[in-house]
Design a protein around this ligand. Structure first.
Ligand code: XIL
Length: 386
C-alpha cells in the first residue's frame, strides 16, 4: 500500500466515523420510541408489579425499568388490572398492586393502556364470577357487577389511562362465534354483554380510546377466528357500539420447521392484508397490543433462530405499519427473561423462547433491530381525535 493509498484510506475511515457519529446523534431512530415517534406513533410494553428489586418484569426491578425507560412511551399492565387481580370478590376491589404501577408510570412520564375491563372468556374469569348466583333478576345483577367494575376502574384512574382493551378475546377461534360466559347467560347473550361494556366505558371514560382486543392472527388455521372478528366488528357498527379500534394482539409465530421465515411471511401476507383492509374499511383504527414472536419452528441455534424471528417480525410489522390507521405499538414484554412464552408455550427442546427484543441478559437482539427498522420505515400515522 502506498502512502497516498493509506492516507486516503485513513481519511475515508475518519469521514465514515464522523458520518456514523453524526447519524447516531441526530438519528430519530436509535430507540424504539424514537423510531415510532418519527412516524407519529408511540412504542410501549407490558410490565408487572413485584416487590422492590425482585427478578421480575417489573418497574421495581432496575434492570427492567431501564429497558422501559430506554425504549417505551406507553405501558400496559401484564396481569395486574385483570378481574382476577383487582376484584377478589363480587363486593371487593384490591388495587394494592396496580396503584403503584400507575404511580410509577405516571411519575416517570409514561402513558398507560388499560388491559382489560372484560376478558370475555370463562377460563380467565375469577372463580367467584363463574359461580356467581345472579339471583331472581339475573340480567340486572350481571349488569350491576359489570358496570360497577368498569366505573370503579375508569374513574379511579381518570385521564391517567388513555386507552382501554374494553373487551378481550370474545370470539371463539374454533367456531368464529361468541364465547358464552356466566355474564352472557345472565344478560341474555354475549352481544348484549359486549355492547353494555363498551357503552359503560364510553360514558365513564369519554376521553379514552376504546379497543376490542383479540388474537386472530395471520398464521394458517386462523381463518375462522378472523371471520368471526370481522362479523363482530360489523355488528358493532350496525348497532352503533362505541368501539374505536381493533387491538391486534400480534403474538405471531413460526410453528412448523422452517429455515425461511421471509417466505412464510410472503405467503401469509395477502390474506392478512385483506383482513386489515376490511377492518380499516369499517372505520376502525388499529393498535398492536401484545407483540412478540413464537419461535418453535426455528432451530435451537441462536444465530439462525434470531434471524428467523427478526425476518418474520420485520415482514409482519412492515405490513402493519403500512396502515396510517395504526396507532400505538406495544410489545408483550421487553426481555426473554420474563416473557410469558417461557411458561405458556415452552419449546419441545426446552431452550428458552427468544420472542422479545432483549435476551435473558438484557442484550438487544436482531429482533429489536427489525422492530426499529419497521417503525422508522412505516407510513405516517393518521391524526386522530381520541
Ligand atoms: C397472559 C400473561 O402474560 C400471563 O402472565 C398470564 O398467566 C396469562 O395472561 N392475551 C392476552 C393477555 O390478552 O392478557 C395474556 O397475558 C396473553 C394473551
Amino acid at each position: 500500500m502506498t502512502m497516498i493509498d493509506r492516507r486516503n484510506l485513513l481519511a475515508g475511515s475518519a469521514a465514515l466515523l464522523a458520518a456514523t457519529t453524526a447519524r447516531a446523534a441526530d438519528a430519530p431512530t436509535d430507540t424504539l420510541k424514537a423510531a415510532a415517534a418519527s412516524k407519529g406513533r408511540r412504542f410501549g410494553s407490558a410490565f408487572a408489579w413485584s416487590p422492590p428489586g425482585a427478578d421480575a418484569g417489573s418497574f421495581a426491578n432496575p434492570a427492567y425499568a431501564a429497558l422501559l425507560k430506554r425504549d417505551c412511551d406507553v405501558l400496559v399492565p401484564e396481569n395486574q388490572m385483570k378481574w382476577q387481580a383487582i376484584r377478589p370478590a363480587a363486593d371487593r376491589f384490591d388495587f394494592s398492586r396496580f396503584d403503584p404501577m400507575v404511580e410509577w408510570a405516571t411519575t416517570n412520564g409514561f402513558a398507560l393502556r388499560g388491559h382489560t375491563l372484560l376478558w370475555a372468556y370463562s377460563k380467565w374469569f375469577p372463580a367467584w364470577l363463574n359461580n356467581h348466583d345472579f339471583g331472581q333478576r339475573p340480567a340486572v345483577e350481571a349488569a350491576r357487577i359489570l358496570d360497577q367494575h368498569i366505573d370503579t376502574v375508569t374513574k379511579r384512574y381518570g385521564r391517567k389511562i388513555e386507552s382501554y382493551d374494553v373487551v378481550n378475546e370474545a370470539v371463539d377461534p374454533d367456531t368464529g362465534g361468541l364465547r358464552e360466559t356466566s355474564l352472557s347467560r345472565a344478560m341474555g347473550g354475549t352481544a348484549v354483554v359486549l355492547d353494555h361494556a363498551f357503552r359503560t366505558a364510553r360514558a365513564a371514560a369519554p376521553h379514552a380510546e376504546l379497543v376490542y382486543n383479540d388474537y386472530m392472527s395471520w398464521e394458517d388455521g386462523n381463518a375462522k377466528h378472523r371471520a368471526g372478528v370481522l362479523t363482530l366488528l360489523e355488528e358493532f357498527r350496525r348497532r352503533g357500539t362505541p368501539v374505536d379500534a381493533l387491538g391486534v394482539q400480534s403474538h405471531i409465530g413460526l410453528f412448523k420447521p422452517t429455515t425461511d421465515a421471509g417466505a412464510v411471511a410472503k405467503r401469509l401476507e395477502p390474506e392478512w392484508r385483506a383482513f386489515l383492509d376490511r377492518v380499516t374499511g369499517m372505520g376502525y383504527r388499529l393498535v398492536i397490543t401484545e407483540f412478540d414472536v413464537r419461535d418453535k419452528g426455528l432451530p435451537a441455534t441462536i444465530a439462525p433462530r434470531d434471524k428467523g424471528v427478526a425476518d418474520f417480525a420485520r415482514a409482519y410489522l412492515n405490513i402493519m405499519l403500512s396502515y396510517p390507521q395504526l396507532g400505538d405499538v406495544l410489545a408483550w414484554g421487553m426481555s426473554d427473561r420474563y416473557s410469558w412464552l417461557r411458561g405458556f408455550e415452552p419449546r419441545t427442546d426446552g431452550v428458552i423462547a427468544r420472542g422479545c427484543p432483549y435476551d435473558v441478559d438484557f442484550r438487544a437482539k436482531p429482533l429489536r433491530g427489525a422492530m426499529l427498522a419497521a417503525l422508522a420505515g412505516g407510513v405516517q400515522r393518521a391524526v386522530v381525535a381520541r
